[in-house]
Ligand binder design. Sequence first.
Ligand code: ATP
Ligand code: MG
Length: 378
Amino acid sequence: MPVRGQGPAGFEAVGSVAVRTFAAHQGPLTSRVTQPANMSMDGHHVNAMAGDGSGAPHNHFADYDELPEGHFYDPDAEYEPDPEYAATLAPDAARQRRERVGPTGRPLPYFPIPGPLTDHGPAKIIAMCNQKGGVGKTTSTINLGAALAEYGRRVLLVDFDPQGALSVGLGVNPMELDLTVYNLLMERGMSADEVLLKTAVPNMDLLPSNIDLSAAEVQLVSEVARESTLQRALKPLLPDYDFIVIDCQPSLGLLTVNALTAAHKVIVPLECEFFALRGVALLTETIEKVQERLNPDLELDGILATMYDSRTVHSREVLARVVEAFDDHVYHTVIGRTVRFPETTVAGEPITTYASNSVGAAAYRQLAREVLARCHAE
Ligand SMILES: Nc1ncnc2c1ncn2[C@@H]1O[C@H](COP(=O)(O)OP(=O)(O)OP(=O)(O)O)[C@@H](O)[C@H]1O
Ligand SMILES: [Mg+2]
């Protein structure tokens, strides 16, 4: 993972990719252009920022002639969202302007605001899956779940990563838990009600996890029907929920295979950066194997582009490649990069409540409408 948000020194680590990002930067820079601490008021370096051995200050900005002298580009800084991108997230975006093109380069369909439900279940199970780390699985699980719950759907989130990031992101301290999804998997007779936690979001519950779950990966190996342990554990819960979303760990091990065996649909978040597609072939192969051998109902619902920065050619190019490779499987909804997401983890709540009017919240609400539209189209 490239180190981000540390100014020019951080970007050197990602080499040509970062250079392309810088060079490609277009449009007004507003507050994304930050004055480094070691700049004098007139924008000149007051000390060397990087040692190249010569003792002379290294000019990080030489190649980026769009950037005003003495400024650097900080993709994590809070900034005015790109109005073009933000406009595509309005619930009636497709109606406001006929033939509006979305960020994926395809005409944006209209995703209607879903009506209320009179009865609930049986749940559709979605596995949020990519063996690559840090692509937005946990963020997407929390926020898609919260957006579906806002639309009146009953949602259960399953933390299926021993790191417990989903639990932390919902304000739960995994270290303090007596019972987790591990107990539900491994102890016969354990009921989900004993493990379930209500979240602060109405309509949304959590099956939490902590480091105990890492033992399950080993212990399950000797179980009968080891791949369908989670499926069996979730079965009694299906009538109570409309959606169950499983946050997978970044691996294709037995826990992830359990999630895929339990699921009806897979969502694959992909970060809009240079190596996004690396490893995706292995993931689709794993999905196909699970389809053939364990779960014929499993479908790839969609590829979700995350951490997209509409103002960089790099992000747009990566997204174009992803659309080229996966075509209609790519959701029209694209999640922009904003520092608001890391902030929500600290706050322990979804972006839909933490920053309800933000572009990030609008993006996950649109994703929820798109996921519902795909369900209804079936
Ligand atoms: N759209 C976004 N814009 C900016 N930062 C984001 C965005 N989505 C996620 N992040 C941040 O990126 C980091 C990784 O995200 P997240 O934890 O959701 O990924 P993950 O795929 O679940 O990671 P892991 O593989 O480790 O489980 C987090 O710090 C998160 O806050
Ligand atoms: Mg995660």
